[in-house]
Ligand binder design. Sequence first.
Ligand code: ARG
Length: 568
Amino acid sequence: MINLKEEIAKKISEIIEMNAKDLEEYIEIPKDSEMGDYAFPCFRLAKELKKAPPLIANEIKEKIQLDENIEKIETVGGYLNFYINPLVLIKNVLAEIDEKKQDYGKVDIGKGRNVIIDYSSPNIAKPFHIGHLRSTVIGGALYKIYNFLGYNSVGINFLGDWGIQFGKVMAGYSMWKDEYDFSESEINAILKIYVRYNKEEKENPELTDKARAYFKKLEDGDEEARKTWEWLRKISLENYEKTYKLLNSKFDSYNGEAYYNDKMESVVNELEEKGLLKISEGAKVVDLEAYDMPPCIIITSAGTTIYATRDLAALKDRIQTYDFAKALYVVGNEQQLHFKQVFKVLSLMGYEEYAKNCIHIPFGLVVDKNGERIGSRKGNSVLLEDILKESIQKVKTIIEDKNPNIEDKEEVARKVGVGAIIFNDLSNSRIKDEIFDWDMLLNFNGETGPYMQYIYVRTKSVLKKAGYVPEFKNLILEKLLDKPSINTIKLLYQFSNTVILAGEKNEPSILARYLIDLAQSYSNFYNECKIIIEDKELQDARLYLTYAVGNVLKTGAELLGMEMPNEM
Ligand code: ARG
């Protein structure tokens, strides 16, 4: 497909003798389409060319050769505004969709290189915190986006499957197991024990020692303890699997913290050999004062390894196994410092090339509409699976009311209920707190997942009503020159760039916002332009556009981890 940005940059570069690739980066898409389809700001050239921006703009305008792609150029202040020939755009976009179908927009920027996405990573035997929902959803979207961009995504669930929480659960289990009902849900009973242990521990410090003793048994390889650990890991994973299945999460590895137990020694030795370890208050640390950070503790004063030690061991393993182009860590904002320290230590160890491609992808909290944090109150742990089930149930009630004749209600409710949760998580920039409010996220008329799915379903029902999808090669493209159609086609043209940008910034919300824009644009087209009409040529053109929009909405939504219903 023609790359108009590139074309424009080429033209400008011929005039001012600068690298076209660099110039391409300056080109913007004006918010208001009255200002053209592309704008080139001349401000950054002013210094180099020693001229005022409006002057540069005028000079370029005088010299530039118009061709069939560009209809006209105008200058506004220091800006050059380019107006694309709409027919060229229509033809390019629709031909490409005709050729590529579901793969429209796919690119090969990644060239098969590995991108590691460390996401979800819950702490076993502890409640699945709602914050892990965010990691699971954001990481899952990035996984699919990177694959679409030609990378090979490697999803790693770095399970928190080691630590004192096992001591607590084991000690609690030994004392109270008869008080709980394990027949219904083992994991729920375990969580209750864990929560109770934390509560009682505050009044009874002996419990802390008891938990330590149990964990020590585990660490020392006691067979009984090991068995219990395996059982806890198993029932936790089984529980997560249900959630992962609903969310379409994919993991290529479940190597968690425990997996690195016997792989830390070599990292500690390496740090030692490279002269990076220092004794500080009885602990072994890497001094990071020169980088304005507190020291990174590798061995605590009690002689044990710690979270950072495990992350370093995991990183070394990931370098060896995957030789990654990027390693993304989709983890809440509160672990900012931890990752800064770990990446710095990796770099000091001599792996700068890898360290520079390690990226922490932080995100905000989940709050209710009053800004109150959700899921943080002790004893009030929310299982993710329950949230998803509740959403599905709510959607079922809505559709039974709106459209009782739907064939496969269960299936539709699942896709819409889960989609609503996913979309709500991804629709704002991830660093912002996510507002979790049922009325808002299930609003079929808001900027929500259900709205986007609803518009998709509309494209389906229009095509169904017509009874056919016209062939691209028979279309009279001039029939699509009206404003609502052109605006929609311009958005379709932006699809690939949008996914690329979402990948570059590791920000699925860029794609989510785009899909809302596209849905709204189609909705406007649908209201303004009658589709099933006398004029067969016009009908075909509009039907094809309808098909194209449905196609892109589906591809885009699936990149976010959503599934599209065929009716709702
Ligand atoms: N289990 C950790 C937590 O729940 C998150 C792990 C993130 N990944 C990592 N490689 N540190 O806080």
